[in-house]
Design a protein around this ligand. Structure first.
Ligand code: NAP
Length: 237
């Protein structure tokens, strides 16, 4: 599927461009045929491609997890996570939260699936499941295919990639990420899982989620300082 996406990304625009050049240089019925059909193909493919937002909290070293769970407990960040991943502009819809098997297992059993959202878990070893709140699938391609078909194509507003590192890496590598909601915690937790694929040279901060204290972008909770911001990958801006 990703090879197909790459094909759509690179070759179809090239074919559309060449068709227009052909039409200018040699105006004929055949040129018109190429222009019309390559354009239709291009727009059909791109309308099917769904990007996702990503939400992550990291420490000063890019650490995101330790011993299978979050290395910190920050109430404000958890509230932000719940609010932003549930928020929809169309009340008839809901969002999906996409996660890896280890991230799923880090959520206490009593609190999963995360309520109010379609939970999608990627695993090559768990049995596939397809219920109203929970999809377990064995590849990202399967997840994106399901989301591009009925009933999810119309009922899911935003796909949120909620981690862990393997699933963030996968989506970033495949250029499937649109917005990144990032909490940066000003401390090193000596984590055992790190997010290495986030390149700050390729990111642009769109907004800071403002802290309550005056003249400061920083939040503070239990002696921990952190900032919450919304970023975009520069190529996508
Ligand atoms: N700070 C944060 O914002 C944040 C967010 C989320 C998680 N975390 C932390 O991150 C840690 C977990 O991250 P992680 O990177 O170790 O694990 P993960 O990404 O949560 O899950 C990895 C698992 O996902 C499955 N998987 C990965 N790629 C797949 C693919 N292409 N197709 C199908 N299945 C695939 C595999 O499951 P199987 O082995 O079952 O095949 C793999 O073992 C935990 O400590 C968690 O608390 C932190």
């Amino acid at each position: 599927m990703f090879v197909w996406f790459q094909f759509c990304n690179l070759f179809i625009p090239a074919i559309v461009f060449c068709s227009f050049v052909m039409l200018t240089v040699v105006p004929s019925d055949i040129s018109w045929f190429f222009v019309q059909y390559s354009s239709i193909f291009y727009f059909l493919e791109f309308s099917n491609m769904r990007k996702m937002n990503m939400i992550v909290a990291m420490d000063t070293e890019g650490g995101i997890g330790k011993n299978g769970v979050l290395p910190w407990r920050i109430r404000k960040d958890m509230q932000y996570f719940a609010a932003v991943t549930k928020k929809v502009s169309d009340p008839a819809k809901r969002n999906a939260v996409l996660m890896g098997r280890k991230c799923w297992e880090s959520i206490p059993e009593s609190r999963r699936p995360l309520p109010g959202r379609l939970n999608i878990v990627l695993s090559r070893q768990l049995a596939e499941q397809n219920t109203d709140n929970l999809l377990v699938v064995n590849s990202l391609e399967s997840a994106l295919k399901l989301l591009s078909e009925a009933p999810f194509v119309d009922s899911i507003e935003t796909i949120w990639n909620i981690g862990g590192a393997e699933i963030y890496d996968l989506a970033l590598r495949e250029n499937l990420v649109d917005e990144i909601h990032l909490t940066r915690i000003h401390k090193n937790f000596e984590a055992d899982v790190h997010l290495k694929s986030l390149d700050f040279n390729k990111l642009k901060k769109i907004i800071d989620v403002e802290a309550s204290s005056e003249n400061s972008e920083l939040f503070e909770e239990n002696g921990l300082q952190f900032e919450i911001g919304k970023w975009k990958i520069i190529e996508n801006c």
